[in-house]
Design a protein around this ligand. Structure first.
Ligand code: NAD
Length: 499
């Protein structure tokens, strides 16, 4: 009997509907559970629960809301190993990486523990004669999050941690490929003391997504996933009058200057290109050495490092990375490898046909490395999202700035150098949202904000930190005067000024 994964609505399991989707164990390539694919009716139920609970939650003082976040942090820490095992079993990333996935989400919960301080408004006494002006942040009401498979703990926590701490109710539609951890995260929120109806999880595919985008009671939608869908979510959600932030795919470049410490670069690059089987939006799947001499030296060091990578099941503590998420995704990655060969790339290390003894049906792809990739290749312009590293040789620094700047995606980029002037110049000129200087995966800490540019992000406001606060609240500005009873002589027909 397969396990069924139910919706989580109004603080409990909701087991309606016959339509389901298979959830795999990517290590074995076998179905291990079925997730329900909900309909607009299931969403209505979640929205009704959220609408009922939200006013009292918004009226709960921020310090008490923060206490729920404190208890939640303790519960996540106490359940870390179980959550990581569950996450790895559906996603395929290795256990240490699953713990990192949870930890990076938990850091946003830690930020949310400071919500009383973060939510404070501004005040100006005496903005005019007897006039004070102040601002306050109020919750939007009901927010929704639609999340990708690759970070089933971190990205939901980015969204609901902020939304809920700000006083909103939240409806999460996680990826149907690894939905168990998101449900567990909601159950733990209940255990932490969150009232039922404030955090609901509805499962589904595009039918559920459309229902969310069209629901009149959902005020805001946060999306993370691939770019075409992000753009569609942004258009349809905003056309329906919602606030929308929609983050998309990526093709991040690592620029290697001639003076970089190449041993450090090889260490950082192999981790960032192949960790989590390359299924990270902040992976580094493109390396750009500056000058042919740098390229040759780097290539010489990279090849043995890539050949020594250990691919294994996600519970293998010595594995550098595990299987990719699905059979279809494995086939897609392998077709991109063939495309890059056909386009004229030099296939230096070929990861196709990789098989793990005892796990022959698992969705494994070996590490793959291409040299002499050209910016005109489709396999370079598009996101592969697998353990494939492409080397594009740049003649000089100018070309190295131009490549990521002119790419359709603009999520992250990194420069490896010992030259502070070159790094500073690069940081200021590159047309990409998040930049690492000798840092391969520059995901900002939770008290800054995350957001890519160009086709990596639609909308204006980033995730978490100050931008998250702005996204999940609306600012009300009050101008007040308490007259003493004497009527002033101002001309009330002229737009008031402060004198
Ligand atoms: P995806 O776009 O396939 O799915 C994301 C969400 O959209 C899921 O909840 C899914 O159910 C839903 N969805 C899928 N097809 C849909 C459709 N036709 N209509 C409406 N909704 C649909 O993405 P994925 O494969 O789960 O995740 C990988 C992608 O996410 C990669 O492109 C990766 O770069 C991107 N990503 C981006 C960031 C970022 O912050 N920019 C972070 C993580 C992942």
């Amino acid at each position: 009997m397969l396990r069924d994964i139910d919706h989580f609505i109004a603080g409990g399991a909701h087991a309606a509907g016959d339509r389901t989707s298979d959830v795999f164990d990517p290590n074995q390539g076998a179905v291990q559970a079925r997730v329900r694919l909900g309909t607009a009716l299931d969403l209505d139920r979640a929205v009704a629960a959220a609408r009922k609970a939200q006013p009292a939650w918004a009226a709960t003082n921020p310090q008490k809301r923060a206490r729920v976040m404190f208890r939640y942090k303790e519960l996540i820490e106490a359940n870390m190993d179980d959550l990581a095992a569950l996450l790895s079993s559906e996603h395929g990333k290795v256990l240490a990486d699953s713990r990192g996935d949870i930890q990076r989400g938990l850091e946003v919960i830690e930020y949310a523990c400071g919500i009383p301080q973060a939510l404070k408004g501004e005040y100006t006494q005496g903005a005019g004669p007897g006039i004070d002006v102040y601002s306050m942040r109020q919750p939007l009401g009901i927010g929704a999050g639609i999340t990708p498979f690759n970070f089933p703990a971190m990205i939901p926590m980015w969204m609901f941690g902020m939304a809920i701490a700000c006083g909103n109710a939240f409806i999460l539609k996680p990826s149907e490929r690894d939905p168990s951890v998101p449900v567990r995260l909601a159950e733990l929120m209940k255990e932490a003391g969150l009232p039922g109806g404030i955090l609901n999880v509805v499962h589904g595919d595009k039918e559920m997504v459309h229902a969310i985008l069209d629901h009149p009671d959902i005020a805001a939608v946060s999306f993370v996933g691939s770019s075409d869908i992000a753009q569609y979510i942004y258009s349809r959600g905003t056309a329906n009058g919602k606030r929308v932030q929609a983050f998309g795919g990526a093709k991040n470049h690592g620029i290697v200057m001639p003076d970089a410490d190449l041993d450090q670069v090889v260490n950082d690059l192999t981790g960032a290109a192949f960790g989590s089987a390359g299924e990270r939006c902040m992976a580094l799947p493109v390396v750009v050495p500056v000058g042919n001499e740098t390229a040759e030296r780097l290539r010489e060091k990279l090849i043995p490092a890539i050949e020594q990578l250990r691919v294994g099941v996600s519970s293998d503590p010595d594995a550098h990375y595990g299987p990719v998420v699905s059979k279809a995704h494995k086939e897609r990655i392998e077709s991109y490898i063939q495309m890059c060969v056909d386009e004229g790339g030099e296939l230096v290390v070929d990861g196709r046909g990789f098989s793990l003894q005892g796990n022959e049906e698992g969705f494994f792809v070996g590490p793959t490395f291409f040299d002499h990739v050209k910016p005109s290749f489709r396999s370079y312009r598009e996101e592969i999202f697998g353990p494939v590293l492409q080397m594009v040789r740049a003649a000089d620094f100018e070309e190295a700035v131009r490549l990521p700047s002119e790419h359709d995606y603009g999520n992250g980029v990194a420069i490896f150098t010992r030259n502070g002037h070159a790094a500073r110049e690069f940081v200021s000129r590159v047309n990409v949202g998040m930049v690492g200087v000798n840092v391969p995966i520059p995901v900002p800490v939770s008290y800054h904000s995350f957001g890519g540019w160009k086709r990596s992000g639609f909308g204006d406001i980033g995730q978490y930190g100050q931008e998250g606060l702005r996204f999940w609240t609306k600012t009300k500005v009050v101008t007040q005067r308490w007259p003493d009873g004497s009527v002033t002589g101002e001309n009330a027909f002229v737009i008031p000024t402060m004198g």
